[in-house]
Design a protein. Structure first.
Length: 199
């Protein structure tokens, strides 16, 4: 359960694309396996020796040319539409959700994604051993998540930074936003200082 919750913060959700790729791959695998079975003659020698473009199927297509062309055109248009839709969905900027703290009519209270990111970033930069931080709020209005990148000074105690981040920064963020769960992906990097010039 924890793994699936934390995965929301790691990357954009591509569940739809993964499902389509899985289905297309499964169909290709089944088609290839069927072709091998037929080609090796496991369904009979006659079937294994028949040409790839079956004469009976070609004859049927020749006798029903107009419906076959119409079906091919419709299939082609559908493939283009789904392809363009998937491409545009993948290229659009990832939403940065604002969080509704109070939805009472006339007294709405909304915390913007920039405010959430800025507050968590300011807290994270106060941790010992952290030289700078970058925070991004992702997810949705009902299920927000955080992506945090911390640049650490050389020799910093990683365990101490992690405990402070989880115990102070993230706990404070959850309590301030009134959330029981705030999925967070943390990336740690070593802050490389400018090289000293040797004279």
């Amino acid at each position: 359960m924890r793994k699936s919750i934390a995965a929301k913060a790691l990357s954009r959700s591509y569940s739809g694309e993964r499902t389509w790729v899985f289905l297309v791959g499964l169909l290709a695998l089944l088609g290839g396996a069927l072709a091998l079975v037929v080609g090796f003659g496991l369904l009979g020698e006659f079937r294994g020796r028949r040409p790839l473009l079956d004469p009976m199927a070609l004859g049927w297509l020749g006798g029903h040319a107009t419906p076959a062309r119409a079906a091919a055109i419709v299939l082609g248009i559908l493939l283009v539409v789904f392809g363009l839709r998937g491409t545009l969905r993948s290229l659009r900027p990832e939403p940065r959700p604002d969080l509704d703290l109070d939805r009472t009519e006339g007294a709405e209270l909304v915390v913007t994604a920039a405010a959430i990111s800025g507050a968590v970033q300011a807290d994270a930069e106060q941790l010992g051993g952290v030289s700078r931080a970058r925070v991004r709020a992702v997810g949705s209005r009902t299920s927000p998540a955080l992506r945090i990148t911390l640049w650490l000074h050389e020799g910093t105690d990683l365990k101490g930074v992690w405990e402070d981040l989880d115990g102070r920064v993230l706990t404070r963020a959850r309590e301030s936003l009134g959330l029981d769960v705030l999925p967070t992906a943390v990336r740690l990097e070593l802050d490389t200082s400018a090289a000293k010039r040797v004279r």
